[in-house]
Design a protein around this ligand. Sequence first.
Ligand SMILES: NC(=O)c1ccc[n+]([C@@H]2O[C@H](COP(=O)([O-])OP(=O)(O)OC[C@H]3O[C@@H](n4cnc5c(N)ncnc54)[C@H](OP(=O)(O)O)[C@@H]3O)[C@@H](O)[C@H]2O)c1
Length: 284
Amino acid sequence: MMQKILVTGATGNVGQEVVHLLLLQNCHVCAGVRNPLKAKQILGSNVQCIPFDFTNPDTFTKAFKEVDKLFLVRPPALANVRQQIAPALNAAKLAGVEHIVFLSLLGAERNSFVPHSKIERYIDQLGIPATFLRCSFFMQNLNTTHREDIKTRGELLMPTGNGKTSFIDVRDIAAVAVRTLIEDGHQSRAYTLTGKEALTYYDVADIFTSVLGKPIRYNPSLLKFVQQTHSSGLPIDFIFVMVAIYTTARLGLAGLITSDTEQLLNRSPITIRQYIEDYAECWL
Ligand SMILES: NC(=O)c1ccc[n+]([C@@H]2O[C@H](COP(=O)([O-])OP(=O)(O)OC[C@H]3O[C@@H](n4cnc5c(N)ncnc54)[C@H](OP(=O)(O)O)[C@@H]3O)[C@@H](O)[C@H]2O)c1
């Protein structure tokens, strides 16, 4: 019988791509979402959507019914793993989920404080076979979180100094996720997913300028970053998290390059130039 795959974070950057690629493979896919009506508008009316909320245990039994595999995305706002993520994982175990593919973070194995590290350890404790996808910075942060700065002020504003980042396109992450979900041999494995090159934001600004045909400047000021994000209404704890993440990049900890993405996809990862060409209309 065809295996059933539950995708969490299905309306988000990576989850959307995973759902669509699984459907192209004719898999039995179900999107676990907080608001099925809204999700169908995003994903398409043909996509099976089921209510699922990490913070509402009443949704777990139905959502995990007959699920064989789980694509697990930790929503960025849920940082308390014990209270906000573990209950759903307990329910997955109880329901007999056989394999979890977890969207994790570059370096999670070395940084026990990040939620992704705690989630990896909790999945291992439960004894559910898993694949951890430890991803570098998403290119798509540039057309979501940073879109307005780039579009309206022609500015890349992030406090990363000269630090290099091995950006990865979420379309590549989703393609790897789908392969590890539908193919045997990826259980009890961790992959570090990066792009093929590590670039400074000065490099990225130059590529933006060349592709968009309008000047885009990199501004590494920490003070301006905090002022700007605060005045745009982002909560202060979220701003601190962003500063912490960009500090790791400034310190050179985000530039690691591996061959995992290329090996799993049998092709080169998408370059940042290709990504900017594909998404150009977002910033014009
Ligand atoms: N951005 C990066 O550079 C980067 C790099 C490595 C790893 N990561 C990790 O990737 C993850 C984020 O992935 P993403 O960018 O694909 O996600 P995203 O676009 O931020 O979307 C978050 C998803 O979580 C859902 N969600 C929010 N609260 C929920 C809840 N209580 N219960 C169930 N679903 C909920 C949202 O659904 P609604 O439609 O209901 O809001 C949405 O589908 C994070 O764990 C992040 O740390 C990010």
